[in-house]
Design a protein around this ligand. Structure first.
Ligand SMILES: [Zn+2]
Length: 113
């Protein structure tokens, strides 16, 4: 039970991180404001949420950027990567807690072999 709760929290955090990053990217590239996303970014957001919900790793899920499966379609993957590259460094300043958690997960998943 404990791990299921933790799992849900971690998935929620990943979803929140994606939304925050998308907003930063969209505000600066597509002139959206506040909680708004342009149509393209909204579509990308919905796509990302579905991928997270269907992720086969469940509780052990790392950030999608560090995943070996790459379940995103190539086009979507490219767009998400652009968003991450732009918003990643800015996350550290604006949302350090979310950003640090994201980085920690990445380190944890480093292969040990
Ligand atoms: Zn946009």
């Amino acid at each position: 039970m404990q791990s299921m709760v933790k799992n849900r929290i971690s998935l929620e955090r990943e979803k929140k991180t994606i939304l925050v990053m998308l907003r930063m990217y969209c505000h600066d590239h597509h002139a959206s404001t506040g909680d708004q996303l342009c149509q393209d970014c909204r579509q990308l957001h919905e796509y990302a949420l579905v991928r997270i919900d269907k992720c086969p790793f469940g509780a052990d899920k790392g950030p999608c950027s560090a995943c070996e499966i790459h379940c995103y379609k190539p086009e979507m993957r490219r767009r998400v990567r652009d968003v991450m590259r732009y918003a990643g460094p800015r996350m550290l300043r604006k949302h350090p807690v979310l950003a640090i958690n994201h980085l920690l997960k990445k380190w944890k998943r480093k292969p040990t072999s």
